[in-house]
Design a protein around this ligand. Structure first.
Ligand code: PLP
Length: 403
């Protein structure tokens, strides 16, 4: 009898999805730290702030008041109403509370949207560089990711003409993220209007607008795609509490979408999980009401860190980077160093460069290839100033060593 091998039982669906490089690098950094190595990790998009105390207090109070039971799958009505108001006031998005669906993090909202729309073989356009999770979610749902790329020379923003050229009868969804993880790029209103004109020409097409970094914006203006003329019915807007209010561990996100899509998303969620945590939803109402000052203070702190990290990166000969207008990621082009030698071996790819930086210089960052750009590295500056200084110092010293 042959020995039992559980790996042979894994579904093709799970095997088609690779382990995210971010998780791999973060785990490798943690393992090295546990073994006593001195490691600076600029891998995760995780604010180093604690959740503001008044939000924590609101959650504790909600628990004491008995909000410890199952919540409605689509979310508690008061939170949906508060979000409906927020979206109208700040984003020019007009969705009723019925058209808003609360989820266990924005990631689940994205998953709900993809599963609600995508059938086997449907094409989904990903504007690369993009957040790694998009590709895995699309693949697991049976969709076909179609990557369109824009490099540093285009400000990392795929123009509407290239999107128009990639649309086929099978294209059902475009996924757009502005401000963007990993590049920090922000699409202007004019750029979004050009994309809206393309969407308007295709009646079978919707656009998912991931706006999770809307408050981490240093320059320029935030335009919500669904606020553009004719786009309300064609857009699924994704947002959440993780980044704006330093609430990553609380797992709360939301989506606004035309009613049939919002209902289908809730159906997907009720199939896989249930309503988001009841007392966290209460705390989120408090965050929406009173959290603006904290969100602004955190953004200003990220601005200082951005200036610090970008200044340090620009000072390294061969590294190319512009000021990212949003998010807390720096995405320098390090292609000048690829193919160079470190001791006996050649660092042919940005993945090899990242592993070498961690193994020999104690700096953990994420290869741009994980986001669709093999020329860049992603460094998160949601970390302390001390780590930013140490990390960029290590990078400078490491790169100077390459010949
Ligand atoms: C672009 C983007 N969208 C969504 C998310 C997920 O956010 P949440 O923590 O709400 O699931 C992230 C998290 O890193 C992200 O970078």
């Amino acid at each position: 009898m042959t020995a039992f091998d559980a790996t042979k039982l894994l579904s093709a669906r799970t095997s088609a999805v690779e382990e995210a490089a971010i998780i791999r690098m973060a785990q490798k950094a943690r393992d090295l730290k546990t073994k006593g190595h001195d490691v600076v990790s600029l891998t995760l998009g995780e604010p180093d702030f604690d959740t503001p105390a008044f939000i924590q207090a609101a959650a504790t109070q909600a628990m004491a008041q008995g909000f410890t039971h199952y919540a409605p799958v689509q979310g508690v009505p008061e939170l949906r109403a508060a979000l409906s108001e927020k979206l109208a006031r700040e984003n020019g998005l007009h969705y009723s509370a019925e058209e808003i669906a609360i989820s266990n993090g924005a990631k689940q909202a994205i998953t709900n949207a993809v599963y609600a729309l995508i059938d086997e073989g449907d094409e989904v356009i990903l504007l690369s560089p993009f957040w790694v999770a998009y590709e895995g979610i699309v693949r697991m749902a049976g969709g076909v990711p179609v990557q369109l790329h824009a490099g540093a020379d285009e400000g990392f923003k795929v123009p509407a003409s290239r999107i128009a050229a990639a649309i086929t009868p099978k294209t059902k969804l475009i996924m757009l993220n502005s401000p963007n993880n990993p590049t920090g790029a922000v699409f202007t209103k004019a750029e979004l209007e050009a994309i809206a004109a393309v969407v308007a020409q295709h009646p079978r097409l919707m656009l998912l607008s991931d706006e999770i970094y809307e408050y981490i914006l240093f320059e320029g203006e935030m335009t919500s795609f669904g606020s553009l003329p004719g786009m309300r019915e064609r857009t699924i807007t994704i947002n959440g509490f993780s980044k704006a209010y330093a609430m990553t561990g609380w797992r709360l996100g939301y989506a606004a979408a035309p009613l049939p899509v919002a209902k289908a998303m809730a159906k997907v969620q009720s199939t896989f999980t249930a309503g988001a945590n009841a007392f966290v939803q209460r705390a989120a109402i408090a965050a929406l009401k009173e959290g603006q000052a904290d969100a602004t203070a955190m953004r200003e702190s990220y601005r200082k860190r951005r200036d610090l990290i970008i200044g340090a990166l620009k000072a390294i000969p061969g590294v190319r980077i512009e000021n990212p207008p949003g998010t807390f990621y720096a995405f320098p082009d390090v292609s000048a160093f690829l193919g160079k030698r470190a001791g006996n071996h050649t660092l042919g790819t940005v993945d090899e460069l990242c592993d070498w930086l961690l193994d020999t210089h104690g700096l953990a960052c994420v290869p741009g290839s994980a986001f669709g750009d093999p020329n860049c590295l992603r460094l998160s500056f949601a970390s302390s100033q001390a780590d930013i200084i140490k990390g960029t110092d290590r990078l400078a010293r490491a790169l100077i060593d390459l010949i």
